[in-house]
Design a protein around this ligand. Structure first.
Ligand code: TXA
Ligand code: MG
Length: 343
């Protein structure tokens, strides 16, 4: 996806965020409080990544299990080196070369896992030896990072297990009072969470698919990259990425993929359908939402979570979702849908 950075002037004209709001948000973060802010993927719930007491508020507001580490947002590659401890990598020279090769993908929807640096609070890393870092490309996120002048730990700004927020209203709806300030940057451009790539072993591994595809990473790094565990594979024992629980991203209403519905099966009276293609449901529906008529994965990703939230509020007994080819961004879409449809 081509990206042309907006100037701050363009940003303030396009979106209703003033420099005053950015300054205020940075002060609130410095006070150890929570600020929700837009990124190009989803809205993040931010806190100072160096302050245990601030990070504790994130876990509390989200009801997030303490064994699920957070992504740290920074503004520059220099800060990646500052907040990770690349020298203690399995091979510092190779890892530095990988980071250099990945640099053209930032700012952007890619998080990398590295050995953690000393400044990051223990709880950000769930007490573990590694840290996830990314440079987001949303102009408001970057402006906030520059004003705050420090690392911002930010998971998606939703209650644990629920659908990630792609508008400020989604954040208000589900976290409301527990957030001290919300920067409203309109709807997120990508709509799905960042690709998470571990650099902790000789073969880099994608832990969570996102807008930066496996092919792009293989091409950019010029070496083999392992794909994510399929969302169908139950993770047991020590989790590679504790956030990748089999069930996740779920509306409260039951979700099924259309490929699991058998011909002539009787579905509940109040059934909704979410359509990405030329599929025409052959069962009665109460509500139908069309995200694309031709499988346009960028359009589907951008509106997917918002559409799931809307259908979740439509008092349905079942949401049947369309499927797409699990390639490129389609892999991330199907990953989220398979998890949302788990019981
Ligand atoms: O696009 C995104 O990544 C958004 C925006 C706000 O940046 N953030 C986000 O954060 O999706 P969260 O917390 O919802 O997901 C973070 C994922 C989880 O699956 C978590 O387990 C994984 O990253 N993660 C974080 N630190 C890790 C680590 N040290 N090792 C392995 N996985 C890690
Ligand atoms: Mg999340």
């Amino acid at each position: 996806m081509a990206y042309s950075p907006m100037t701050y002037e363009a940003l303030t004209m396009a979106q209703n965020v003033e420099q005053d709001d950015i300054t205020k948000a940075a002060v609130i973060l410095a006070e150890g409080k929570l600020v929700a802010f837009p990124t190009e993927t989803v809205y993040g719930l931010g806190a100072d990544a160096r302050k245990e007491s601030a990070v504790a508020k994130i876990y509390q507001a989200k009801g997030r299990p303490s064994n699920n580490p957070l992504i740290v947002h920074v503004a520059t590659v220099d800060e990646i080196y500052r907040y990770a401890d690349v020298e203690s990598s399995w091979n510092p020279a190779v890892v530095k070369e990988w980071i250099t090769k990945l640099t053209p993908l930032w700012p952007g929807p890619l998080s990398i896992i590295l050995p953690r640096g000393v400044e990051i609070a223990d709880s950000v890393c769930a007490g573990g030896p590694s840290v996830a870092l990314r440079i987001p490309r949303h102009p408001i996120a970057l402006a906030l990072l520059r004003a705050f002048k420090g690392p911002i730990a930010a998971p998606s700004a939703n209650p644990s297990m629920y659908v990630s927020p792609t508008t400020a209203q989604h954040v208000r709806d589900s976290l409301g009072e527990s957030v001290d300030f919300i920067l409203d940057g309109g709807a997120c451009e990508v709509g799905l969470e960042s690709t998470v790539l571990s650099l902790l072993a000789p073969t880099p591994q994608v832990l969570r698919p996102g807008a930066i595809s496996l092919d792009t990473l293989r091409h950019t790094l010029g070496c083999p990259v392992e794909g994510p565990l399929s969302s169908g594979e139950a993770q047991t024992g020590e989790l590679l990425s504790p956030g990748l629980l089999a069930k996740h991203y779920s509306p409260r209403t039951k979700v099924r993929l259309r490929t699991t519905i058998s011909q002539g099966e009787r579905l509940p009276e109040k059934t909704g359908a979410l359509i990405f293609s030329d599929w025409k449901p052959n069962f009665p529906t109460t509500v139908t939402t069309v995200l694309s008529k031709c499988g346009d994965v960028e359009a589907i990703a951008a509106r997917l979570f918002g559409a799931l939230r809307e259908l979740d509020q439509a008092d349905l007994d079942l949401i049947v979702v369309d499927t797409c080819e699990p390639i490129g961004l389609g892999e991330a879409i199907m990953d989220r849908l398979i998890r949302a449809s788990r019981q």
